[in-house]
Structure formats: C-alpha cells, structure tokens
Write a protein that binds this ligand. Structure first.
Ligand SMILES: Cc1ncc(C[n+]2csc(CCOP(=O)(O)OP(=O)(O)O)c2C)c(N)n1
Ligand SMILES: [Mg+2]
Length: 632
C-alpha cells in the first residue's frame, strides 16, 4: 500500500508521527516546525505545513539563527528527547542557520534543519540568491552545513526522502551521534510527487536503549578508583542528559568522592551537597580547582573535556594523574588517554557504585573537600552581597536572580562575562535549573534558547540573563516570544559594552582595545583603547530598555539590588515576556580562582604591557600538560 504525495507532504506527515522512548516513557519527538518562508520553501514545505497544520504545528521566527537556537534550548531542556524542525528559504535564510547548526553540533543537541536548495533540474539557474561555483555545478551555499552537521543530505530525487528521513532520525535520537541534521531540499523536488509506502507514514518509536559498561572495563575502572588516594569526579552534561543525578549522588556518598562540574554539567549535584565543589577549570571555584590540582584519579562523566573544563590542560597537576571517562561516545571516552568506559552515565555510575561497594576514599581527602566546599559557599555569599556602590556588581545581580528563582526555575545564559560568573556563583538546586550554553558560547543564544527552554518546561519560570552586547546581537525574536505568548524574565545586564573581552584584552597587555568608547575633543564617541575607566564615556546615547519595550515586552528598570529584587517579583507575576534592564559596574568583576585559560600573547612588542603579559603567559604555560600517559 502506498500514497501519492509530494516530498514535502510526505516529510511533514513523517515528522509528525515520530516518537521517542526511554525508560518506558514515550513522547512525540518533534514539537513542530519553526520557519521563515521565502522562495525555496514556500511552495514545497510551506504548502505541506499548511495542508497538515492540524498534524504538525508551524511557528514563525524572526531570524533563522534564532529558530535553531530555540530548537537547541528545547532539546537540551528535554534531555535530548525532543526537538523542532526548522525550515528556511534558499540562500541567506539557509546560511543564517549555519551558526545554529554549529551550536547544536558542538553541544551534542539534536536539531533538524531543512534549508531550501536551488533547483535540482537547474532549469532556471541561476536563481535569486544562488551562489554560482564555476568549477562545481553540484555546490550550493548549503554545503556550508556539512562541517557543522552530524548528518547531511541533499535530496535530489523525491524517492531519496524515505531512506534519508530514517537516517536523520537515527542520528537525531542516538545520544552518541546526535547534533544538527541537515536535509537540503531543492525547491522543485519539494513539490514533486512520489509513491510513499504506508509504513513510512505510520507512527514510529525510536527507543533510546541505555548502554551498559563492558564488564572488564568496569572492573578496571573500579581497580583504578580503589587504588586512588585522591579521586575526583568531573560531572558533564552527559550526567544530566542521562538523568543520572541520583546515581552520581549515590556514588559520591558511598565512596566519599568529591564532585565538580563543567558548564553543561552544572546542577548535576545540588550546590548544598557536602561533596559538591561546584564549577571546575578556567571558571572554576577555589574548592574545585584546589582539589583538581591534587587529584590522582579523575572520573569524567559525560564530559567532552573542553579547555574551560581542564583550564587549558593545567587543572590536573598530579604527575601520575589518570582519567576514567564515562561517555556514550567513544570519541570523548578516549580523551586524555583515559580508561574508556563507553556507556550510559546512569548505568555506568550505578555499576561503578556496586563494583566499589564497601570502598571509601581517604577520609582526609573527603574532609578536605567538605571544608573547601563550605569555604566556597561563604565566598559566594560575600560576592553576591557585596553592597557595591554606586552601581551594583554583576555578582550581586546573579545572587538576586538566584534568590528570586524557585527551586525548579531555570537560568539561561551563553556569552560574555556572565557564564563564568554563573558557573562559579549560581547555587544549583535542580539538574534542569542551570542552562548555560558554553560549548559554542554564542552571543544571541540567550533569548531564543530561553524560549526553547520555556516551551519544553512551561511550568518552570525561565530567567534569561543576557549582556548588552549579546542582546544587541539578536533582539528581534523578542517579537516571537510576544507573538507566541512565551513568558520569560529577561534580565538585561547592561555594562555598556563587551566587558569580558575588554578584561581579556587588558590581560594580554592591550588596554581593552576595540571594546569601549571614549569622547573625542569634539564630544563625539570614538572606539579606542583609552587608558582605563577614567577616560571612558559613561554610555552611548542609546536606551536598550526602550528598545525591548518597543518590541512588545513589559519593561522594568530597577536601580540597584533592592529595586531589582522587587522587579523580579513583579516580573514573576506577569504572563508575557518581561525585560528587567539593570545597569552594573563594568569593572566590578569576579576574580579567577586559580583557573587559567590559554589565550596566546604576542611574542614581540614595543609595548611593555604586552611584554609583561607575554612573560606571565610563558610562566603559566609551563603548567600545561599533554595528558598522554595511560590508556586502557
Ligand atoms: C556570535 C559571537 N560573536 C563574538 C563572540 C566573542 N565574544 C564573547 S563575549 C563578547 C562580548 C559580550 O558582550 P556582553 O554581552 O555585553 O557581555 P559582557 O562581556 O559585557 O559581560 C564577545 C564579543 C561570541 N562569543 N559570539
Ligand atoms: Mg556588556
């Protein structure tokens, strides 16, 4: 039995009935389709989405990049058990999604991208917005998706849709493979008909089977833990995606192993747990970084070991340090010459706890962890209640949001100085309460990413924390939040410029060049290095709050922390998006706590500040380690 449908109609019908199941729980995989129509998707997918609007919901975005971020935020909040499809026109609409694809793939999040492509027949070529490559007739701008997709196909005949859609689902639902999946759809082929087998259109369940660790690998991992004097767990996003927090806590409690966290793994263990050391690495806490320095066995769970996590490979200094890597992906499990425990985090942590039954880490090490964790809690309280004048510090704003947020509420952030501060300071209470996109750290993710979170978890309040620079990168989809009635509390933290990059620039001896403005003799603002705070403009003559209000959000403008607390309460009570615009002191940053990040400094310069920075850089680099000893 078969039905005659256009490719686009077949695809929409297929996507609408895909389901995913894990641990006996089943849900629809796609929350619907986001899109912006133009030539390339209007007559194919647009027609099909219109015809099947009761089957598969269509939502309109304002920027194609943003709609992919919505899908990523949604997927992450659902522990990768769901996403959106995203359709674009040919050309700029398609390439606007490339950044979103990279973000999804870097963060290992499923998103399905359906960019329109130029005619397979090539009859009217070159069409509006077509890139012509004189040396390669098969190329289009959509080839840009290849390096940022985990699966790419260009469907040049309608029959190809059937096997390609199945491959797409395989990749999207496989935790080891997942990322952006791109099916480039030539605009003529979208409208062409094929005989679609009925079984292709029938509801289909993709079961995520949890993969157990190999017994001999598990035994070796347990031996390594027993032999270790100073074991440390680094919890990554994989712990949260696998819903393995309980198993993590049980292992930490039973074996007395302290736990620190990557950005994606933040909240794997509640901050109040006595063995929770919080953030590790370049943006780590003093507690985590001190123990990391001495650890002789590091158990990485669901982490891809980014440079921020390893402090650019300076975090772990024991000369004999070994790694055990629990990961669903062999690629990550093999890193740092670790013992690869290729497995689902929930099963692996439970199995490790069982294999270690009766074993406890050195009592002095555990005590150390408890003391450091307590001291860090006090440092957080000091930083978040500093009473900074006349403008509050960003740390105080984070503290106020943290205190206003309920135990299940979610904080969302992505770029600037806030991710590092949040990593250190946020007191986590729920594994799904901390959502900082720091794989791609993409300015402009915050608002659409937060929308995705809210669509996935409507019962949670979502606090989007966004810097003024990130806000300006992509404020337009505030209109989408208004149109779709997506409630967000957007805390727009305004320090008048790229403060994080200014600080980084000063640290390499370059005086904050290109990140702030001075006033020229004639009073006009000029972009320059300046010589520090005294010479800066207070602000450009712009009003970001008013811009948010003009796009349809309720605007609140608290001055100082007490007013901010009231504003956050008011914002909670609203039903649509609220922007809380708060000004902070650009220079009241949170220091680094023995964390380092490898940012190279010019080897030769006339400037003594650059030369001094280079000397310091070379000293710091001596701590960098290759982590090549080990293996299985
Ligand atoms: C799309 C994108 N472009 C550039 C960067 C590099 N970058 C990281 S943070 C930053 C400045 C962010 O400014 P803002 O949001 O105001 O945060 P602040 O640094 O002031 O805390 C820049 C340019 C980036 N992460 N993403
Ligand atoms: Mg800023």
């Amino acid at each position: 039995m078969s039905e005659r449908l256009t490719l686009a109609q077949a695809l929409v019908r297929f996507l609408a009935v895909q389901e995913i199941e894990r641990d006996g729980e089943r849900r629809r995989f796609f929350g619907g389709c986001w899109g912006i129509f133009g030539h390339g998707n209007l007559s194919g997918l647009g027609q099909a989405l219109h015809q099947h609007r009761d089957l598969f919901r269509y939502r309109q975005a304002r920027n194609e990049q943003a709609m992919v971020h919505v899908a990523s935020g949604y997927a992450r909040q659902l522990n990768r058990l769901g996403t959106f499809a995203c359709t674009s026109s040919v050309g700029p609409g398609a390439t606007n999604m490339v950044t979103g694809a990279a973000l999804a793939t870097v963060n290992r999040l499923p998103v399905l991208l359906l960019p329109g492509d130029t005619f397979a027949t090539r009859a009217p070529h070159p069409v509006l917005q077509q890139l012509e490559a004189p040396h390669d007739a098969t190329m289009s701008v959509n080839d840009c998706f290849r390096p940022v997709s985990r699966y790419f196909d260009r469907i040049t005949r309608p029959e190809q849709m059937v096997p390609s859609a199945l491959e797409a689902m395989r990749v999207l639902t496989d935790p080891a493979e997942t990322g952006a999946v791109t099916l480039a759809l030539p605009e003529d082929v979208q409208t062409e008909a094929l005989e679609v087998p009925e079984s292709f259109l029938a509801p289909r369940v993709w079961t995520v089977f949890r993969r157990p660790p190999a017994q001999d690998a598990l035994a070796r991992a347990a031996d390594l833990v027993r032999a270790a004097r100073r074991p440390l767990i680094v919890a990554g996003g994989g712990v949260i995606y696998a819903e393995a927090s309980e198993e993590l806590r049980a292992l930490a409690d039973a074996a007395g192993i302290p736990v620190c966290e990557t950005q994606a793994g933040r909240g794997a263990l509640p901050s109040e747990h006595p063995l929770a050391l919080g953030a590790v690495g370049a943006t780590g806490t003093l507690a985590a970084n001190r123990l990391a320095r001495e650890a002789d066995l590091v158990i990485g769970v669901g982490t891809r070991w980014s440079d921020f996590t390893t402090a650019s490979k300076s975090a772990f200094q024991d000369p004999d340090v070994r790694f055990v890597n629990v990961n669903v992906a062999s690629f990550d499990a093999a890193k740092h010459s670790g013992l690869a425990l290729e497995a689902d985090a929930k099963l692996a942590l439970a199995a490790l706890a069982e294999a270690l039954a009766g074993h406890r880490a050195d009592a002095a090490w555990e005590r150390r962890a408890g003391d450091e964790a307590r001291a860090w809690g006090e440092e957080v309280a000091r930083l978040t209640h500093a009473g900074h004048e006349p403008l509050p510090s960003q740390a105080e704003v984070i503290g106020a949001v943290n205190e206003a947020a309920g135990p299940r509420d979610v904080v969302v952030c992505a770029a600037g100085s806030m991710p590092g501060d949040l990593h250190k300071l946020w007191r986590a209470r729920d594994p799904k309460g901390y959502h900082v996109e720091y794989g791609y750290s993409c300015m402009g993710y915050e608002l659409p990413g937060g929308m995705g979170v809210k669509l996935a978890a409507p019962d949670r309040e979502v606090f989007v924390m966004v810097g003024d620079g990130s806000w300006l990168m992509a404020p337009g989809d505030l209109v989408t939040a208004v149109a779709e009635g997506v409630k967000l509390v957007i805390v727009l933290v305004d320090n008048h410029g790229y403060a994080s990059i200014g600080a980084l620039s000063r640290s390499i001896g370059d005086a904050g060049f290109g990140t702030h403005y001075r006033r020229a003799a004639n009073g006009a603002p000029v972009l320059d290095a300046g010589d520090g705070p005294a010479e800066e403009l207070e602000a450009l003559p712009i009003d970001l709050g008013a811009s948010a209000e003009a796009l349809g959000a309720r605007l609140l403008r608290p001055r100082g922390i007490e007013e901010l607390r009231d504003a956050l309460e008011t914002a909670r009570a609203e039903s649509g998006p609220v922007v809380v615009h708060v000004e902070v002191d650009r220079y009241a940053g949170v220091p680094s706590y023995e964390g380092w990040w490898d940012v190279p400094v010019a080897e030769v310069s006339d400037d003594p500040a650059v030369r001094a920075a280079r000397e310091e850089y070379e000293r710091a680099r001596e701590e960098q380690r290759p982590y090549v000893e080990g293996g299985s």
